[in-house]
Write a protein that binds this ligand. Structure first.
Ligand SMILES: C[S@@+](CC[C@H](N)C(=O)[O-])C[C@H]1O[C@@H](n2cnc3c(N)ncnc32)[C@H](O)[C@@H]1O
Length: 283
């Protein structure tokens, strides 16, 4: 009986998600650039001196964070600090890429690209300021209460980062190209969060999603992932097993600046120069 009820709820949620997702895509709503309020951060760090000390360290290590510090709301700044703390914890020195070209970076599932600043600040140090970022989002037309869509936010944030291309609306399964580094923060590995996010189940297929990410990483390139919660982290391990990545880091990452419901985990993976599926699983 409970199983039947569960199935019914899932089918109902999927029908609603499909209807609204299709409607959003038809409308492709844009209100124009988002005018982000600049909020003072000093008061927050005066109240949390331990976080102030960690913020000072990150700002010292990643000077490009300054732009976010001055132009953002406090909550977006804290979000960016969290991502930067997580990226920093991976322990990467430099990202491999052809020395004569900028490091080609792809971020998958950018939502509204609110953490682009942290990614750019981190890449500036990991590539000697030579990188180009592409961002892809399946559902960029969701509208916020202020009338702006995710797309408006994403394009506004992208304009402030010279190395970022305009965001791309679409499914990563359809995206082509080759990137030295592919980053994905909180991919959906379970159906329930995907549905609760408002996405139709026809777009939920983790094996195909990670096959697409794998295809987009250049031989010898880097794949960086973050998951939330122990169960997602374990499921992620299974999903990566077919690809033979060298695991450089895998484990818990700090998130001190913004409280999240679940602990976060990071992956730093190197794709072999010769791709060899099924030969070497992850430790
Ligand atoms: C859990 S959210 C994480 C968003 C953002 N990275 C963050 O950390 O806040 C996952 C994002 O991936 C996007 N997504 C899911 N499947 C996708 C696909 N096949 N192609 C591109 N984006 C996808 C979703 O629309 C959503 O914005």
């Amino acid at each position: 009986m409970m199983a039947l009820l569960d199935q019914w709820f899932t089918a109902a949620k999927n029908a609603t998600a499909t209807w609204s997702f299709n409607r959003r895509n038809r409308q492709a709503w844009q209100r124009g650039p988002y005018n982000e309020p600049r909020q003072d951060k000093a008061g927050f760090f005066a109240d949390h001196p331990d976080l102030g000390a960690q913020e000072a360290l990150l700002r010292g290590a990643y000077p490009r964070l300054e732009m976010c510090q001055t132009h953002s709301t406090l909550s977006r700044y804290r979000e960016n600090l969290n991502l930067l703390a997580a990226l920093d914890a991976l322990g990467i020195d430099k990202l491999p890429h052809a020395p004569s070209q900028p490091c080609r970076v792809l971020e998958v599932g950018i939502k509204n690209w609110s953490t682009l600043d942290a990614l750019a600040a981190w890449l500036a140090e990991k590539t000697n300021d030579s990188f180009a970022i592409t961002g892809v989002e399946l559902d960029p037309w969701r509208r916020y209460q202020d009338g702006h869509s995710r797309w408006d936010y994403a394009t506004t944030f992208a304009h402030r980062v010279p190395e970022a291309h305009a965001p791309i609306a679409g499914d990563i399964l359809d995206h082509t190209g080759m990137y030295d580094t592919v980053v994905c923060v909180l991919p959906f590995v379970f159906a329930e969060p995907h549905l609760s996010w408002g996405l139709p189940l026809k777009h939920f297929n983790p094996p195909r999603f990670f096959a697409a990410l794998h295809r987009l990483v250049a031989p010898g390139g880097t794949l960086i992932l973050f998951n939330q919660g122990d169960a997602e982290f374990e499921a992620q391990r299974q999903l990566l097993a077919p690809y033979g990545y060298t695991q450089r880091f895998s484990g818990s990452v700090p998130q001190p600046f913004y409280p999240y419901a679940h602990p976060r985990y990071g992956w730093w993976l190197s794709k072999p120069n010769q791709s060899c599926p099924k030969t070497a699983g992850l430790a």
